[in-house]
Design a protein. Structure first.
Length: 476
């Protein structure tokens, strides 16, 4: 495999086996055709965009698209300064070439620019030991949220059941809830099968129990949504044993895995980083049940809005046809800028940069946890996050031995009382599809300096102590 301005995958941390000649059992396109949603099957390609790739054919004179003439674009040059990940404190001056600038100001392919997609192909080989020809493709989107929405609409119909690990990233719940409202008029609603998580990630044993006891009269869930590294909101990273059992279950019970992985490169756990689902499935009897989502938001820029999906090409194609209908393509300018940075770094430079970013957040985590120990020891319980930028902690609102029959609830305490005291966080109920009561809270530690972290948790301590007093008084 040829990499653009980067080292061979042999230099990566996850190395392919050069002696492996066993052909992979890649699931065929017809496997996915039966699993696409009615909406995905009914969409048709844009007649113009479907032909845009032909414009690159040598010698062809195109009268196809209504593209604006580059001579009318007001931006004629662009220079910027970039941090050099191989030299801490060193900056490099960069400039887009005329060709790059013109490409960034113009319409582009729905699936993303070729050079950027090729770089991402190489990245997936470098990080996950997956090469071309193994039944997968890459599609660029306007952030992974954009791609997640399009994947969900490509795979789920109103009334379809799905698995979500819980607590779950709150940003995907409106996507799943809105599908039947936006796509098809129906009184049916998506059924969420909540799979619990613990300190080792998704509880694969619970998932197995749910599947083996699933009512025979009801179709089993078609997909599982999971964040395996630094799960938002819990910060937990799933163990390799749990991942392998989930992969086995996906084959035994015929569901697809949506591997949402924005924190893969923000892993700072003490143990070695476990391989991704996308990497592990290469050793499965069947390959092609994982649709992976990566994002540049947490490691390059959130405002640049670049994410990419990696997985079975028939699903990516259905997502791209959706893009043709709504936003045509990801931003050309963002793609050109991202590729300029990434290709100048190469894969080794990319790894050096992400390692520095991960270390930055590890230090932020340590500052936050030290403040938690000072102010909330005995008033909250938590597991130390291993990736990402969140703490997930349980408030102990009842005095020890108070004998509460109902679990404490953080909703009003955090959303109303803590806010009045000058602390803004998220009550745990936000992260459950059922909206059930819970004493958990999510707090982000990505931005605040140490002194503001300390003050925020000092204020929260007073809120919890006052709540304890009120509960004790009310129980008398």
């Amino acid at each position: 495999m040829t990499h653009l301005n980067g080292p061979s995958a042999r230099d990566g941390t996850h190395k392919s086996d050069p002696f492996s000649k066993v052909p992979l059992n890649v699931l065929p396109p017809e496997f996915y055709a039966a699993r696409l949603s009615k909406a995905a099957r009914s969409r048709r390609e844009d007649g113009i965009r479907a032909l845009l790739p032909l414009e690159s054919r040598p010698g062809l004179i195109s009268l196809l698209a209504g593209k604006p003439n580059a001579e009318t674009f007001p931006i004629t040059s662009l220079q910027f300064t970039m941090r050099d990940p191989t030299r801490p404190g060193g900056d490099v001056k960069m400039e887009l070439t005329e060709e790059e600038l013109n490409r960034g100001m113009q319409y582009g392919p729905t699936s993303g620019f070729h050079d950027l997609r090729e770089w991402m192909f190489g990245l997936q080989e470098y990080l996950h030991a997956r090469g071309k020809g193994e039944g997968w493709g890459v599609s660029v989107g306007a952030g992974s949220q954009d791609l997640l929405f399009k994947a969900a609409t490509a795979l789920l119909d109103p009334g379809d059941a799905m698995f979500v690990e819980t607590p779950v990233y709150a940003g995907v719940l409106p996507i799943f809830h809105a599908l039947e409202c936006d796509m098809i008029e129906s009184a049916d609603k998506l059924t969420f099968a909540e799979v619990h998580t613990d300190a080792q990630g998704i509880c694969s044993h619970s998932l197995r129990t749910m599947l083996e006891s699933w009512p025979a009269s009801k179709p089993k869930p078609k997909v599982l949504y999971t964040i395996p590294y630094g799960s938002n909101p819990t910060g937990v990273t799933a163990t390799v044993e749990r991942r392998k059992e989930v992969l086995a279950l996906s084959r035994e019970h015929d569901f697809l895995i949506l591997e949402d992985d924005p924190y893969y490169n923000l892993y700072y756990g003490a143990a070695s980083r476990p391989p991704s689902y996308f990497s592990l499935e290469k050793s499965e009897p069947e390959v092609g049940r994982v649709l992976r989502f990566d994002s540049l938001s947490k490691i390059l820029s959130s405002g640049i809005r670049i994410g990419f999906a990696t997985g079975p090409e028939p699903i990516l194609k259905a997502m791209e046809v959706h893009s043709m209908m709504v936003n045509l393509q990801p931003s050309s300018f963002s793609q050109v800028l991202a590729h300029k940075v990434l290709s100048s770094w190469g894969y080794a430079g990319f790894s050096a940069h992400t390692a520095r970013v991960a270390e930055f957040y590890r230090a932020k985590r340590d500052v936050f946890e030290a403040a938690m120990q000072r102010h909330l020891a005995g008033l909250a319980e938590w597991c130390t996050p291993e990736a990402g930028m969140f703490f997930w902690f349980k408030l102990l609102l009842s005095e020890p031995g108070a004998g509460q029959d109902v679990e404490d609830d953080s909703e009003d305490l955090i959303r109303t009382i803590a806010l009045k005291r000058g602390v803004l966080a998220l009550p745990g109920t936000t992260f459950y599809p059922s909206g059930r009561r819970t004493a958990y809270v999510r707090a982000s530690f990505s931005l605040l300096p140490a002194e503001e972290v300390d003050e925020a948790l000092r204020r929260l301590r007073r809120v919890v102590l006052d709540a304890r007093k009120a509960l004790a008084k009310g129980s008398k």
